[in-house]
Design a protein around this ligand. Structure first.
Ligand code: 5GP
Length: 214
């Protein structure tokens, strides 16, 4: 990226990105790579009632909590959005997200389509990116390849996927995850373009414009 202040500096408040995709599309890997190469962009850490998988760490991959605590957080209105995904509960803390945005970080929520709908319905300004697999067959192959699901679970995931992909047009951008590096590059381009919007950089641009008129 250029060192021009107009490209590099961000307005005070961060922007909220949402990435959704059917299970098995590789969205988490993509976003993990994205936040590694884009300064000032953070992936939100969700709360979930599902048990940690081997290799997952509490406070790193998710905040793993009990179903009772999850229900309590729902009752107390602590979630910006929450959803039941394949029988487990997942939610984004409103306070955690607000703290990041308020200190000028851009935040990415990697959430399912139900959660994305809830955030939008609150009238919050978001930039939605829908990640598509190259085809239904490619998704099926990936789900089988990662071999963590039973045949029944794979069928269920494919069924849910076919309903989820129909929602792509509710998002601002679509990225096809055909090849990981290329897809990360496209995500990076989207973040860069959103950061360069006139309303985001007006203050910096005005400062430069001012040097022409002094
Ligand atoms: P997994 O259990 O494989 O980590 O995630 C299952 C699904 O839950 C994924 O589609 C993921 O995007 C979604 N998910 C993870 N965190 C959240 C969240 O905070 N809210 C919502 N609505 N979905 C989430």
């Amino acid at each position: 990226m250029s060192s021009s202040p107009v490209v590099e500096r961000r307005a005070t408040r961060g922007q909220l990105f949402i990435v959704s995709a059917p299970s098995g599309t590789g969205k988490t890997t993509l976003v993990e790579r994205l936040v590694q190469c884009v300064p000032g962009l953070r992936m939100s850490r969700s709360y979930t009632s599902r048990p940690a998988r081997v290799g997952e760490q509490d406070g790193v991959d998710y905040n793993f909590i009990t179903r009772e605590r999850f229900d309590m957080m729902v009752r107390e209105g602590q979630f910006l959005e929450w959803a039941d995904v394949f029988g487990n509960y997942y939610g984004t803390s409103a306070a955690d997200t607000e703290a990041l945005l308020a200190r000028g970080e851009d935040v990415v929520l990697v959430i399912d389509v139900q959660g994305a709908r809830q955030v939008r319905s609150r009238g919050i300004e978001t930039i939605g990116i829908f990640v598509l697999p190259p085809s239904a067959a490619a998704l099926e192959q990936r789900l089988r390849g990662r071999s963590k699901d039973s045949e029944e679970q794979i069928r269920r995931r494919l069924q849910v996927a076919s309903a989820e992909v129909d929602e792509y047009s509710q998002y601002e951008y679509v990225v096809v995850n055909d090849e990981i590096e290329a897809a990360v590059g496209r995500l990076q381009a989207i973040v860069g373009a959103e950061r360069a919007r006139v309303r985001r950089v007006r203050e910096d641009a005005e400062a430069i414009i001012g040097t022409f008129h002094s």
